[in-house]
Design a protein around this ligand. Structure first.
Ligand code: ZN
Length: 77
């Protein structure tokens, strides 16, 4: 599980089940296990501070790599 955080205000955005190595570029909605302070507005996933974390692409969010950080462990497969 990793926790996606806003790079500006450090608020938690959501908890995500990341599978495999590599960068977090996409977050599939069915692997998001808990939502914290996120707002979906006009197909953008935003933090409550207004920072755009990613864009809504249907079944996943395309992540904006400069606008979030994450902590936690990826699941090895
Ligand atoms: Zn924020």
């Amino acid at each position: 599980m990793i926790v996606i955080k806003c790079s500006k205000c450090k608020n938690k955005i959501f908890k995500y089940k990341k599978i495999g190595k590599g960068k977090v570029l996409k977050c599939f909605k069915d692997r998001i296990t808990r939502n914290y302070d996120c707002v979906v507005d006009n197909d953008f996933l935003k933090c409550t501070c207004g920072n755009i974390i990613g864009s809504d692409e249907g079944n996943y969010y395309k992540m904006n790599k400069d606008n979030f950080t994450y902590t936690g462990r990826k699941i090895k497969r």
